[in-house]
Ligand binder design. Structure first.
Ligand code: SF4
Ligand code: SF4
Length: 457
């Protein structure tokens, strides 16, 4: 039965493809009509007011307009709402009763994305935003010897940071990531998947018992991610250690580029498509070899699991990669269900405050991180389900850092009240943002590293 006349949808949300290849997607008049329609429904609902700054901006525009309705808001002001959305998807998945299959068909993040894409195509995007979303390029440059130490010391230089704030719009108080001069993929080059070598090895040693054991071992491709590759290689090391400790062989794809999420959030769909064309063949080759894929950054997992399939629903390789992609704790939970997860823990963790990252929540996989951490004896995990407000770029821009700091406050408050032995987030960037806003000196620790600690590895 259709949802006609029913308040809210009770069916599981069904997300429609983005349809970025249809001319109507790019038609500004049609886009503004759709924005007005969705804004009007939101104005009558207002459930999402506390999720982020996009909704308060919208409701203020409506309340301060002459008619106090959406028709009183100038179309040119719609951008003010769009600029506050960082596509965390929470309003779609955790709040909105009007998502499809409801007849009102509200997909707030998708209409924001469409508005960002139209704006990007028109050239309305700042140089700063194009630069800071080029994570591959920045990582490659910043990890070079000499440049590496220059960039890392510039990040901590107050004078240079003030200049960067004034000239480029990177907030002087924003915490910028440190860059390594030993990228993870270089450190683990021996793990890079080589289909030709694998085939040759298999043909030459068909009777070799050791080779047969190796061939039967479960294998995982680690999508390193720009962040772990260039900023947090130790997190990638920890993922590898945990998988090996669970008798899983780890490989890296033959080539890897940014997953495309930063460019998606900018509305640069052309770059998203280019990155997809570079990443998918290499990942698909490992899927063909029987590998599952994981990544330690929830946004990158979401990109392959959900965003690319919604953009390219007819691309079989995209769909096969999506099917093989797991959140790390989702994968470990699968091992546990199959009786293959190593539960030989050496150290209890005590009280753990755990922030559930939005891009993990919207994967709809359930509280897998908590379920795994709770297997550790004498460990109590408390979930914190609020957005951290960082988003990778929203928390560094001059005009939005104050909102990012405001959004993270309820998380900080809960951690300070809980006084845990450890706290962490699935999203390492959100974790750093939380740490930066805490009034205590306690350091954040990623749930993957908590698992290493419990294993004693
Ligand atoms: S997707 Fe996230 S940031 Fe965007 S409007 Fe919804 S809740 Fe706010
Ligand atoms: S996105 Fe949905 S739940 Fe949120 S304010 Fe709009 S209509 Fe209401």
């Amino acid at each position: 039965m259709a949802n006609e006349g029913r308040e809210g949808g009770l069916g599981a949300p069904t997300r429609h493809p983005l349809k970025q290849n249809e001319p109507s997607f790019w038609d500004e008049t049609e886009l503004n009509r759709e924005l007005e329609r969705v804004f009007d429904i939101c104005h009558g609902c207002r459930r999402c007011v506390s999720l982020c700054n996009a909704f308060p901006v919208l409701f203020d525009l409506v309340d301060e307009s002459e008619t106090m309705e959406v028709d009183g808001v100038a179309v040119t002001d719609y951008k003010k709402v769009v600029d506050q959305c960082y596509l965390c998807d929470l309003c779609y998945l955790s709040k909105c009763p009007y998502v499809p299959p409801h007849e009102w068909n509200v997909d707030f993040p998708h209409v924001m994305l469409r508005a960002k894409a139209v704006s990007y195509k028109k050239g309305d995007t700042k140089f700063r935003d194009r630069l800071i979303t080029s994570t591959d390029m920045i990582g490659k440059v910043a990890s070079q010897p000499v440049i590496n130490s220059l960039i890392n010391s510039a990040n901590n230089n107050r004078l240079l940071r003030s200049a960067l704030d004034k000239t480029l719009g990177i907030h002087k108080d924003a915490q910028l990531p440190t860059y390594t001069n030993k990228p993870s993929r270089k450190q683990h080059a021996a793990l890079i998947f080589d289909p030709a070598a694998a085939e040759k090895k298999s043909a030459s040693g068909a009777n070799d018992a050791a080779l047969k054991t190796e061939n039967h071992k479960e294998k995982v491709t680690l999508f390193t991610t720009c962040y772990c590759n260039y900023n947090a290689p130790k997190l990638a090391d920890s993922v590898i250690k945990i998988l090996n400790h669970n008798n899983i062989q780890v490989q890296l794809a033959a080539r890897e580029h940014c997953c495309g999420m930063p460019k998606l959030e900018l509305g640069d769909l052309k770059s998203v498509t280019m990155l997809k064309e570079k990443n998918i063949p290499a990942l698909y080759a490992t899927v063909q070899a029987g590998n599952a894929i994981i990544a330690a950054v929830p946004s990158c997992v979401l990109m392959f699991k959900q965003e690319l399939p919604l953009m390219f629903p007819d691309d079989e390789k995209v769909m096969a990669v999506a099917k093989a992609f797991y959140d790390p704790f989702e994968y470990l939970h699968k091992l546990h269900k199959e009786g293959k997860f190593n539960t030989d823990f050496k150290k209890p963790l005590g009280k753990v405050s755990y922030h559930v990252a939005c891009h993990q929540r919207v994967q709809n996989i359930g509280p897998k991180t908590k379920q795994i951490l709770q297997l550790i004896p004498d460990t109590e995990v408390k979930n914190i389900e609020r957005c951290s407000g960082h988003d990778g770029t929203y928390g560094v821009k001059s005009e939005t850092l104050e909102f990012a700091n405001k959004i993270v406050r309820p998380i900080v408050k809960q951690i300070e009240q809980q006084q845990p032995d450890y706290y962490g987030s699935d999203c390492p960037i959100a974790g750093k943002h939380i740490e930066h806003n805490l009034t205590t000196e306690q350091e954040v620790i990623h749930p993957i590293d908590l698992l290493c600690l419990a294993y004693g590895i």
